[in-house]
Each structure stands twice: as structure tokens, then as C-alpha cells.
Design a binder for this molecule. Structure first.
Ligand SMILES: [Zn+2]
Length: 334
């Protein structure tokens, strides 16, 4: 079979809400806080649920809670999806249709800027690169352009197939630990919006530390749940007795299962022996520019217009919606 490398603009853009998958309910498990191990929490509200997954069972069963000790947010009880269900959750309709501006930002400008930061902090030349939960492989593409040996891991066969046809790279299909990469194998590892999708992100951080070289660097970006926009919408939700959780957004359940702040991300890194070399809070100021115009109608349009000043102010106050961190092995793991 001949694999043709596609140009960046030929990356697939998946249509939204094209089908509603039949999802069997997951197994649920009562969990302790994945970050600090405490079992004391306050209920924040019921999760907002993506339209195509709305079923009474899922909304009745799960609450979003906040750990009373460290402030970590998580679903309780925690749904545990198997690989078959994940294939349906992360299918063709996961990525919404993007605006031209956001597509260029997401596929090209962001990965380039982030890989620059990895090169800046690495204590060795980067030769081997892994994108975990690679989606459509935007990090992989940028890494290929730097001449690195590029690997990818993904649970969704839809995305793995898309990366193979676009970049000619065989992505490992399955959970990260199943790939059994050798100890300290990678000089750079890249996770764009992955940790918040996992029932226990600490398990993955431990595996990442095992496979990252001692001189290597790890890039992570996650949603900041301490963002101004989340705090204000929490107050509004409480005042209006809506009962819905303002956190684990902007993506809703069942995608996001846990939620970090800068503080809980630092605690998590400490616990597994990662040093935070850089932690930046970005704004997400241009939310309205992310979606193609036809997507922004009715309620979504009004919500976007109302929340826009909060994104802008949040950026000014260091309370933006996106956390970006560069990590390395801690010299003296605590
Ligand atoms: Zn905790």
C-alpha cells in the first residue's frame, strides 16, 4: 500500500453531531481524589452533558465534586469506559467544525510555539518525540518538520486512521501503558488536552515519567478550572439554582472527567517526581473565533457574547482558561 503524505490543509475536519452513538452505560466506581488521596469532597453540581450523550441514566448517576483538601475537581462516582465505548465517544463527531483562524492556530501555530518551549527547556537534543492522545496528530506533524523520530498513541481508531493517512505514521492504538515503551525512551512527550479526559491522571503521569528520558521534557496543556469565567458562571449557576456544575467545561461530560487548577497540577507533578519548568496561564480569549460561524447560533451565540469580557478580564488577571506546563524529571523527587 502506498501512503501519500497529505498537506496540512487536507487534514480531516469532522462534521459535528452527525450521529448519535449507542453507548452502554459505563461501570461506575466510587473514587478518592486522584491527586491527594482524600475522600472528603463537596458537591459542585450535576455535570453538563454533551447533547448527543444525554440520557437520564448518565445525568442522574454522576456528580461533579471538589476535593476539600486540594481543590481537585472530579466526577463521582467515576465512569470507567472500556476501549469499545471510547471508540464511540471519540468518533468522527468529536472535533467540531473549526473556523479558519482556529484551525491554523490549533494545527500549526500552537504546536510550533510549544515545541519551541520544549527545545528551550530540554537538557539534551530532542531525537525521539511522542504525542499521547494524539487526536489528529498536530504535535506529531510539527515534530516531523523538525526531523525528530515521531511516535503517537491514541484510543480512537478514527483518529489513528486519520493520522496514518495524513502523516504515514502508525499510531499505537490502545491505552498508553499497553504500548510498553522502554524506560526513559523519549526526549520529548506532548499532551494537548488529554489529562482532563482520564479517570486517574496520576497513573498516566507516572507512566510518562517512566518513559521520559532524565534530560527530556514533557509538555502538557489542560483546561484551567480556576479560570475567572468558571468562577463567575459558578456564582450565576448557584444564584439561579441551576444545579449544573460550571467546571469540567468547556467540554462537557462524558469527555472531561477531572479538572485541574495551576495548584492541583503542581501537586500532581510533585507527587510523581516531575519538576515544573514553566507554567503559563493562557486566556482562551478568542472562544468565538474557534467555531465556524454556522455553529454559533441561538443560545451558543448569546452565551459566547456574554462570556467574552470574562475571558478577556481573566487573561489580564492571570485567570485564563488554559494551563500550559513544561515538565522534567525532578532532581530530588519528593
Ligand atoms: Zn485532593
Amino acid at each position: 500500500m502506498t501512503i501519500v503524505k497529505a498537506e496540512p490543509e487536507s487534514l480531516p475536519i469532522f462534521a459535528q453531531h452527525s450521529l448519535t452513538p449507542e453507548l452502554h452505560p459505563p461501570r461506575f466506581r466510587h473514587v478518592r481524589c486522584a491527586i491527594c488521596g482524600a475522600d472528603r469532597y463537596e458537591r459542585v453540581g450535576r455535570p453538563r452533558v454533551e447533547v448527543r450523550f444525554r440520557s437520564a441514566l448518565m445525568t442522574r448517576t454522576v456528580s461533579i465534586v471538589k476535593c476539600k483538601r486540594c481543590g481537585f475537581f472530579y466526577a463521582q462516582p467515576m465512569p470507567l469506559w472500556d476501549l469499545e465505548a471510547l471508540q464511540k465517544i471519540y468518533g468522527q463527531d468529536y472535533f467540531p467544525e473549526m473556523s479558519t483562524w482556529w484551525q491554523a492556530e490549533k494545527t500549526t501555530r500552537n504546536p510550533r510555539r510549544r515545541l519551541d518551549r520544549l527545545e528551550y527547556h530540554a537538557r539534551c537534543p530532542i531525537r525521539t518525540f511522542l504525542e499521547v492522545g494524539c487526536g489528529l496528530g498536530h504535535g506529531m506533524r510539527a515534530a516531523l518538520q523538525r526531523g525528530w523520530a515521531v511516535y503517537g498513541q491514541e484510543v480512537s481508531s478514527t483518529f489513528a486512521d486519520a493520522v496514518k493517512s495524513a502523516l504515514g505514521i502508525e499510531v499505537f492504538l490502545g491505552f498508553l501503558e499497553e504500548a510498553k515503551y522502554p524506560d526513559q525512551y523519549f526526549d520529548a512527550i506532548y499532551l494537548d488536552s488529554v489529562l482532563e479526559h482520564l479517570p486517574n491522571p496520576l497513573d498516566m503521569l507516572r507512566e510518562l515519567r517512566r518513559i521520559l528520558s532524565p534530560q527530556g521534557v514533557l509538555f502538557i496543556t489542560v483546561t484551567n478550572q480556576a479560570a475567572l469565567v468558571s468562577r463567575v458562571s459558578g456564582t450565576v449557576s448557584k444564584a439561579l439554582c441551576l444545579g449544573t456544575s460550571p467546571v469540567l467545561s468547556p467540554f462537557a461530560y462524558p469527555y472531561h472527567l477531572v479538572g485541574f487548577s495551576g495548584q492541583t497540577l503542581r501537586i500532581a507533578c510533585d507527587r510523581v517526581g516531575f519538576e515544573v519548568k514553566e507554567l503559563v496561564i493562557r486566556a482562551g480569549t478568542q472562544e468565538w473565533r474557534k467555531l465556524a460561524l454556522p455553529e454559533l447560533t441561538g443560545k451558543a451565540l448569546i452565551t459566547t457574547m456574554l462570556s467574552q469580557p470574562l475571558y478577556l478580564l481573566g487573561e489580564r488577571l492571570g485567570q485564563g482558561i488554559a494551563l500550559e506546563a513544561v515538565l522534567g524529571h525532578a532532581e530530588h523527587p519528593g
